[in-house]
Design a protein around this ligand. Sequence first.
Ligand SMILES: [Zn+2]
Length: 102
Amino acid sequence: MIDFNDIEINKFQLNTLLNHQEKRGFKYLLSNELLCETCNQHCNSGVSNYKIFLDRFNDIKVSGECTVCSSNVNMVMPFGENESFFRKAMQFRNTHAVLIES
Ligand SMILES: [Zn+2]
């Protein structure tokens, strides 16, 4: 059965899911578009201790800590809208399910 919950993925797994262009998009979003609600500004100095998830819509969700104030910061990157990414994500979920069941 395919698991439609958020799946935590590591950077290696993320690398296999993203094509070259999407990797650039990911890096760009991570360093430019992450917003800290506590500081009320972009996390210009970056995010620390972050985890990456494949969420139920097959989007990439990043959850980490603001390097300035240590508040939780979250961001959803809508990669699931992309058909080729969506297909890869479904394949990944299939493999993931097999690994859990065996
Ligand atoms: Zn902050």
